[in-house]
Structures are given as C-alpha cells and as structure tokens.
Design a protein around this ligand. Structure first.
Ligand SMILES: CC[C@@H](C(=O)O)C(=O)SCCNC(=O)CCNC(=O)[C@H](O)C(C)(C)COP(=O)(O)OP(=O)(O)OC[C@H]1O[C@@H](n2cnc3c(N)ncnc32)[C@H](O)[C@@H]1OP(=O)(O)O
Ligand SMILES: [Co+2]
Length: 142
C-alpha cells in the first residue's frame, strides 16, 4: 500500500538556524518558511534528490509538536511520510487492521496541498507515520 518516502520530518527549536545549517553547511536547496496555523507548525522543505527533509518548529499555543520539542529541546526526528495512491482506501484498511488514525480520522490538507493523515506512533513501533496521497492520483474536478 505504501509507496515512495515523501519526507522525513525533524522538529527543531529554531527553524531559521536549522534551515541555515542545511543551506550553508550541507549545501542543500531549502524552501522559504511556510506557516501552517491549521497544523500548528512552520515548515521548510530541504531537497535531497530522492526525497525531502521537513524541518518544523511549533506554531501557536496548541501545536501538536510542542510536547515533543519540550521533551527533545535540541530537536529530533519526528515523523516519516509515505505516499499512498488512495488515502481513503488506506485509512479504511488501517482501521480494519486495528491501527489508530490521529485526530478525527479524516484526511486534512498538508503542506503540499494534498490530503494527509497521521497514524499513532504506539501502533508502529514508536514511529509517527504520516500518509500523503500521491499527487499523480489526484483528479481535477470536472
Ligand atoms: C505541515 C503539515 C504536515 C505535512 O504536510 O507534512 C505535517 O507534517 S504536520 C506535523 C505536525 N502534526 C502532527 O504531528 C500531527 C499528528 N501528531 C499528533 O497528533 C501528536 O504529535 C501526537 C503523536 C499525538 C503526540 O502528541 P503529544 O502531545 O506529544 O502527546 P503525548 O505526550 O500524549 O504522547 C503520547 C506518546 O507518544 C509519544 N510521542 C509523541 N510524539 C511522538 C513522535 N513524534 N514519535 C514517536 N512517539 C511520539 C510520546 O513520547 C508519548 O509516549 P509515552 O511517553 O511512552 O506515553
Ligand atoms: Co510531514
């Protein structure tokens, strides 16, 4: 069901400093910061050729990554994101298999303008998994 690794996300305490390190020390192409209040994070994406790194800092009072950054004040790997062809079908199959989808269970629009959802880390060996519907499978409204 899962396809390409879309990104690995790192939660960081200082987004500008982290972005500079990837740009200036590692020589990577880094996108402009994108504030996503509906997700409680500000993100930049680092291009790695075969995938991406998402650097994210908490945004707002109810950020879902606030607890993680509090427990890991230097930052750390927060989640991995896999592409799926059909996110609604994937969600049904996961629920049938006993996995928990975080939030209200419905996909939300993620940083790339595509539907995303998150699976509980306790159901996947302590790793938070994000699923993103692959761009090629989106249909334009007719
Ligand atoms: C930018 C949009 C989008 C994209 O398009 O790419 C994004 O990536 S948004 C990214 C931010 N959004 C999310 O992460 C949404 C889903 N996450 C959550 O709902 C929460 O982060 C969480 C997973 C429910 C954890 O929230 P928290 O407040 O930390 O809850 P707890 O303190 O109760 O933690 C429970 C338990 O889980 C462990 N934990 C927490 N975060 C992680 C993590 N990232 N990876 C692995 N495990 C994690 C935490 O340590 C607790 O464990 P115990 O202490 O053993 O109980
Ligand atoms: Co992500």
């Amino acid at each position: 069901m899962i396809g390409r690794l879309n990104h690995v996300a790192m939660a960081v305490p200082d987004l500008d400093a982290a972005a500079s390190r990837y740009r200036d020390l590692l020589g990577a192409r880094v996108s402009a910061p994108q504030a996503l209040p509906e997700h409680g994070v500000t993100v930049v994406f680092v291009e790695t050729g075969n995938s991406k790194i998402e650097l994210m800092a908490p945004l707002g009072a109810d950020s879902p990554i606030a607890g993680f950054v509090e427990k890991n004040p230097s930052g750390g790997v927060h989640h991995v994101c896999f592409e799926v062809a059909d996110i609604a079908g994937a969600a049904r199959r996961l629920i049938e298999g006993g996995a928990r989808i975080l939030g209200d269970g419905r996909p939300r629009t993620g940083a790339h303008g595509l539907p995303v959802l998150f699976l509980h880390p306790k159901d996947f060996d302590g790793v938070l998994i994000e699923l993103e519907e692959a761009a090629t499978t989106r249909h334009s409204p007719s």
